[in-house]
Design a protein around this ligand. Structure first.
Ligand SMILES: NC(=O)c1ccc[n+]([C@@H]2O[C@H](COP(=O)([O-])OP(=O)(O)OC[C@H]3O[C@@H](n4cnc5c(N)ncnc54)[C@H](OP(=O)(O)O)[C@@H]3O)[C@@H](O)[C@H]2O)c1
Length: 175
């Protein structure tokens, strides 16, 4: 399965404030996530990101509205009861095998930082898209948590927007 990670992030590498707010991230960044979802069969989301987006309670930013066949929430809690329309997986490997069993060939890894680290440590992410926001943020959640080893990436493309945002696409190299 081909898995693509996408994050919108500040120039100093934060994807959200510590309290989960993300007002430094533009609407264009969410539009890009909608586009990426439409290019993939599934989305995979960590429990904290899922709950954070649910708490926004804003139909403009809805994981349920993304155009995908399957939605997977990852939580180690074996008794987790997913919302209707969602499938629960207990680990990254479980997420991948669940989606493959449902005929999915590709997935967009929404994050957050801990889940991204888990997938990268297992060598399960093929591509990464980073949408750099023209902000320095005072404190927050770093893009990837718990990465066990350095990972080299090959730059595939870089686009500078009129807004000052920069979209960079990378292939992850697993030596
Ligand atoms: N700017 C962006 O592009 C962007 C994108 C995505 C998210 N975010 C933000 O990032 C923040 C959340 O990131 P986060 O790092 O705190 O949390 P997260 O990665 O979204 O979720 C962490 C949870 O996912 C589950 N999980 C992660 N790795 C696992 C593994 N290997 N096996 C089983 N379960 C695993 C665990 O759930 P259990 O504790 O239930 O076991 C863990 O507590 C939110 O504020 C969100 O809005 C920003």
């Amino acid at each position: 399965m081909k898995i693509t990670l996408y994050f919108a992030l500040s120039c100093n590498g934060f994807i959200a404030h510590s309290d989960g707010t993300e007002e430094f991230i533009s609407d264009a960044a969410w539009k890009l996530s909608e586009k990426l979802a439409a290019q993939n069969d599934a989305i995979i989301v960590g429990r904290t990101t899922f709950e954070n987006v649910e708490n926004w309670n804003d139909p403009q930013y809805s994981l349920d509205a993304l155009q995908v066949k399957e939605r997977v929430l990852v939580s180690s809690d074996e008794n987790y009861q997913p919302k209707t329309g969602w499938v629960h997986a207990v680990s990254p490997e479980d997420a991948v095998s669940t989606l493959e069993a449902r005929g999915c060939m590709s997935a967009y890894l929404v994050g957050g930082a801990q889940l991204a680290g888990s997938f990268l440590n297992k060598g399960l992410v093929d591509h990464a898209s980073f949408y750099l926001q023209p902000w320095l943020v005072s404190e927050g959640i770093p893009m990837v948590k718990g990465l066990l080893q350095d990972r080299e990436m090959k730059l595939l493309s870089a686009d500078v927007m009129e807004s000052g945002e920069v979209l960079m696409e990378y292939q992850i190299i697993y030596a």
